[in-house]
Design a protein around this ligand. Structure first.
Ligand code: SAM
Length: 290
């Protein structure tokens, strides 16, 4: 039996990981995005970037065997880690048994009522933050759920695929921007923090990753009358990236080209304009006119 003291149990060591996992009969699930961090510098740096203290409650999504959880428990007042894979519970009891400020919640982060969870678990905390090495198969839905639910959280520090991070953190109006860039920017200020190469994981995935910070805004950068319509127009404008905004909008929204053309003219754009060249204010105006 491995002793659960940080000094003896090195969770970044392949032999230790294999020993723990084998003793619990655990095998990695590709479908659940189980690539665990084995680089000793990444988790401490993520926890440092989160800047949590004893008055902070932290939600972690997908603790795995607990490498990031451990760093979060060292700095935050309380950590609630949401894990879908029940097989990891006995593993986590072994690896993180020393922390009394940790609670593991079983469930699918996409199904859980996070608002109720925050009210129940963090009533005595001054601020609530989210930190995770996200399972990549649900990156965008998780991020959009965290943003759209208007949870009382002030910051999210997460690792996602490098390409996704570049898209989330792109400048609106730049070639790299997309509908998701606008959506994220509406709710938060996005900042790329650092890259993490694929060899920092076990098993190693096919692509590199990056850690980004989303600082939630008190209010959106533009005022829109109807958010659903705004996001529908943004999605439609970027729906066919190789086409002009005129073609993309008219085909995705089923609108006559003349109507779209006159809306584009009203924001000072012509029939050659592409969605990625619009500012968030222009997209907001477009959605009001259309
Ligand atoms: N935090 C660990 C690390 O950095 O080594 C593990 C990260 S691993 C990329 C993703 C984790 O999310 C796994 O533990 C996986 O079982 C868990 N997971 C996958 N889908 C989930 C879901 N829908 N809800 C909650 N956890 C999930």
């Amino acid at each position: 039996m491995l002793k659960n003291t940080g000094a003896i149990m090195n969770l970044y060591d392949y032999n230790t990981i294999n020993k723990i996992l084998t003793s619990h009969g655990f095998t990695f699930s590709k479908a659940l995005g189980q690539n665990f961090l084995v680089d000793p510098d990444v988790c401490p740096e993520m926890a440092r970037q989160l800047a949590a203290d004893s008055e902070t409650g932290v939600i972690e999504i997908g603790p795995g065997i607990g490498v990031l959880t451990k760093e979060l428990c060292k700095v935050a007042g309380k950590v609630v880690a949401i894990e879908l894979d029940k097989r990891l519970f006995p593993v986590l009891r072994e690896t993180l048994g020393e922390f009394d400020n940790l609670e593991i919640v079983e469930g699918d982060v996409l199904e859980l009522d996070l608002s109720a969870l925050i009210a129940e678990k963090f009533a005595d905390k001054k601020s609530v933050k989210v930190c995770a090495n996200l399972p990549y198969y649900i990156t965008s839905p998780v991020i959009m759920k965290l943003l759209e639910s208007r949870l009382p959280i002030d910051e999210i520090v997460v690792m996602v695929q490098k390409e996704a991070a570049e898209r989330f953190c792109a400048e609106i109006g730049s070639r790299e921007s997309g509908a998701v860039t606008v959506a994220v920017n509406y709710y938060a200020e996005a900042q790329m923090l650092f890259e993490v190469t694929k060899d920092c994981f076990y098993p190693s995935p096919k692509i590199d990753s990056a850690v980004m910070r989303l600082k939630l805004r008190d209010k959106p950068p533009v005022e829109v009358q109807d958010e659903n319509r705004f996001f529908a127009v943004v999605k439609a404008a970027f729906a066919q990236r190789r086409k002009t905004a005129l073609n993309s909008l008219s085909s995705a929204l089923g609108l006559p080209k003349e109507k779209v053309l006159s809306a584009l003219a009203a924001i000072g754009a012509d029939e050659r304009a592409r969605a990625e060249s619009f500012s968030i204010e222009e997209l907001a105006r477009l959605s009001e006119i259309l």
